[in-house]
Write a protein that binds this ligand. Structure first.
Ligand code: ZN
Length: 83
């Protein structure tokens, strides 16, 4: 989890570094965030590469499947940082 203090990093990259499935990393992260308390997690929202729509306020750590604005599926992963 040290990567999260250096961050920002995406769950996909964390999963790759740790050699775990994305779902396991998301589960771990939810426990970590809960134990840290509010305000410790900083999240750069997922963004649509087609229209620049930003998924502000979205709480999930995974990538949205589709942009609600232009319906593109070219969307970045949200980047996370703790500190
Ligand atoms: Zn879009």
């Amino acid at each position: 989890m040290a990567h999260l203090e250096v961050g920002p990093i995406t769950v996909r990259d964390l999963a790759e570094i740790m050699g775990l499935p994305v779902r396991d990393v998301v589960d771990d992260l939810e426990h970590v965030v809960r134990s840290l308390g509010p305000g410790k997690l900083h999240m750069e929202p997922a963004t649509c590469l087609h229209c620049d729509y930003a998924f502000e306020g979205r709480r999930r750590f995974t990538r949205p499947s589709r942009c609600p604005h232009c319906r593109s599926e070219r969307i970045t992963w949200p980047a996370l940082r703790i500190g």
